[in-house]
Design a protein around this ligand. Structure first.
Ligand code: PGA
Length: 256
């Protein structure tokens, strides 16, 4: 894991945006895995500002609530079109977001996995982290080998997301999420976390044991993970000084 601690969330986001911009320049037909929530909002704003060429890019979103109409303002489909896709030259047929209204959810999930495989796999997966350590909506105790499937949200996640819905009772109980096994197959993972409420989940994921109790901790087994943090989300890391030194002293060929 490469832990990049920057002075602000904006600066940490700039690092992440540069990594994505470089990928799209090197591989215009890259396959991106994308995330929703508050964390990637700054990233999407920055990517829009960079005026990159999205015409050949394919995207797969991590998750979606079950039961919300795609036009519901809190559906992740609405989120993605509102905050990224309508501002860039992406081709609509290249956008993939789980269908929370699919009639046969297991069949839909198997097809989603197949669609990812058919593109040659995800080149770079953007991840946020839940206060409980979830990635995608893989809640604690999710199988570390799981694939795209239905999950039940924890009370904690529903409380965390209540702010978008005007109360936790409005937050759906179920979702479709890529599995942890799916995420682990991405060639590169890029995890962003900002704010003190993420500090414990980040410390456990980065420096704790690998455990399904903090699903993000499985990323320790992935060969290419970058974790972009602000000082608050990094505040419980025991080796923060080391991570800062490493990033500040990278040889030119290793910089990103
Ligand atoms: P947030 O959510 O970006 O809204 O904090 C992150 C997550 O739940 O993965």
């Amino acid at each position: 894991m490469e832990i990049v601690i920057q002075p602000t969330a904006k600066a940490a986001t700039s690092v992440a945006a540069r990594i994505i911009a470089r990928l799209l320049q090197e591989k215009p037909s890259a396959v991106l895995g994308l995330a929703t929530g508050s964390t990637p909002l700054l990233l999407y704003r920055e990517l829009i500002r960079m005026k990159l060429d999205w015409s050949k890019v394919k995207t797969f979103n991590l998750d979606e609530y079950i039961g919300l109409a795609p036009t519901h303002p809190q559906s992740y489909r609405s989120f993605m079109w509102e905050n990224l896709f309508r501002h860039v030259n992406i081709t609509k047929k290249n956008v993939h977001i789980p269908d929370g209204q699919a009639k046969d959810i297991p069949k839909f999930c198997a097809k989603y996995e197949q669609q990812i495989r058919a593109t040659g796999g995800i080149d770079l997966q953007v991840l946020g982290i839940g206060t409980d350590g979830h990635i995608g909506f893989n809640e604690p105790t999710s199988s570390l080998a799981s694939r795209t499937r239905i999950k039940t949200l924890t009370m904690q996640t529903r409380e965390d997301n209540a702010r978008f819905f005007g109360g936790k009772d409005q937050v759906p109980h179920h979702c479709i999420t890529m599995g942890i096994g799916t995420i682990m197959e991405a060639r590169q993972n890029l995890l962003l976390a900002f704010g003190a409420n993420k500090a414990r989940a980040i410390a456990e994921a980065v420096e704790g044991p690998i455990t399904a109790f903090n699903p993000a901790s499985v990323l320790q087994l992935h060969p290419t993970v970058k974790v972009c943090l602000d000082p608050s989300s990094a505040s419980l890391l025991k080796r923060a000084d080391y991570y800062r030194w490493v990033y500040a002293n990278k040889p030119a060929w290793q910089q990103f």
